[in-house]
Design a protein around this ligand. Sequence first.
Ligand code: SF4
Ligand code: SF4
Length: 146
Amino acid sequence: MSKVKVRRADLKPGEVLCTYCTARCCRYFALPIETPTTWGDFDHMRWYIMHGRTAIFVDGGTWFLLVFGDCQNLLEDNRCGIYHTRPEICGAYSTDNCEYDNDGCYDKFFESPDQIWEYAEAVLPPKPQPRKKAGAANLPALPVLS
Ligand code: SF4
Ligand code: SF4
């Protein structure tokens, strides 16, 4: 397996781009998620990212949860260990628009809970504060001693 990075345009007839790749497409998966519109939605996203090795990105108006992790079938030489029985989603994937030479730029990219929250603060109306009951004193609750 060659380590030399070649440009797509320089591939010779019969050559396969994956031969020159470190299997970038086998080292993560991304799932489309609902476009967040409420504080609750953004709070869920904050929670996703708190788990580590995750990120959220927006591409073409669609929001995605990105989970980093090498496929368990990936071999040390970057080939698929179950090529002939690999999942349909892998078989259907093509090098035509793959991330081989992708610069990793998205419309939006969030990799920390704080980034998600700052974005929510910028696009949502102020978060409603919990209402105080009439006459309730603004004091912290104390434990009851017997
Ligand atoms: S499909 Fe693209 S990203 Fe995946 S291994 Fe082949 S060249 Fe690399
Ligand atoms: S099954 Fe094979 S082609 Fe599919 S992600 Fe895993 S290593 Fe890559």
